[in-house]
Design a protein around this ligand. Structure first.
Ligand code: DC
Length: 235
């Protein structure tokens, strides 16, 4: 059975995880949300007081990275894997606006990136994986057979995220969410290590005005075509 690697990168709240989950389900592949891993490290750093307080202590965070154990555990009822930080289910705790406000700062750190990239490459070494993030097609799996770069206008993305947070019961304003989306876009694409950019050979996908069904159909067809071609090449 020919399996490929699918790398989905793009700006925050472009719906990367939605499409990645759908593709993984349809192809019976593993899905990995790398943003959850950066968020879990950020939560660890916030709890220790290394970030998010009045003073940052990035050196101590880097010294403490060996104390972080990250694991995805599949939740049968939900149909997707949840993030565990040192054996604690942090799936909810990592999705708050507070974590979103600090995560780009933590994701800038080369030591954090090196640690997470190594784990991600290990997870994908047998292929049959859909991974989403910011550096999957550029750094983690530059040889992925299908690379996608997702974009959508900042206001559409902020609105989607705002609704998601309201649904989860967080009290946030649209303006606050838009500011966070714009500032993360800026930091993620201007940082020194592995800045967010379209990978070589990636398909650019703007879903500002596209429904979920159409988006899935298109991506699924891209994937099937590539799998088919690989099958033919292998024969
Ligand atoms: O996908 P997300 O919004 O949950 O990601 C949270 C943050 O993590 C995002 O602002 C940038 C960072 N990130 C990263 O630098 N590299 C990745 N592969 C995934 C996420």
């Amino acid at each position: 059975m020919i399996k490929i690697t699918i790398a989905i990168d793009g700006y925050s709240s472009t719906g990367k995880s939605t499409i990645a989950k759908q593709l993984a389900k349809a192809l019976e592949y593993i899905y990995v949300d790398t943003g959850a891993m950066y968020r879990a490290v950020t939560l660890f750093a916030m709890r220790k007081g290394f970030v998010g307080g009045l003073e940052e202590d990035i050196t101590s965070l880097c010294d403490d990275l060996s104390k972080i154990e990250l694991r995805f555990k599949y939740n049968e009822a939900l149909g997707f894997s949840e993030m565990y930080l040192n054996n604690e289910n942090v799936e909810k705790a990592i999705r708050t606006l507070e974590v979103s406000k600090n995560v780009s700062r933590v994701a800038e750190l080369q030591k954090v990136r090196e640690m997470l990239v190594q784990i991600q490459q290990e997870m994908g070494k047998s292929k049959g994986i859909v991974m989403d993030g910011r550096d999957i097609g550029t750094v983690v799996f530059p040889d992925a057979e299908l690379k996608v770069f997702m974009t959508a206008s900042a206001d559409k993305r902020a609105y989607r995220r705002y609704k998601e947070l309201l649904d989860k019961g967080e009290k946030v304003s649209y303006e606050e969410v838009l500011k966070n989306v714009e500032s993360r876009d800026y930091i993620d694409s201007h940082r020194e290590h592995s800045p967010l950019r379209k990978a070589e050979g990636a398909i650019e996908f703007d879903n500002s005005d596209m429904g979920l069904e159409e988006q899935f159909e298109r991506m699924y067809n891209f994937a099937l075509r590539i799998i088919d071609k690989n099958k033919k090449d292998a024969n």
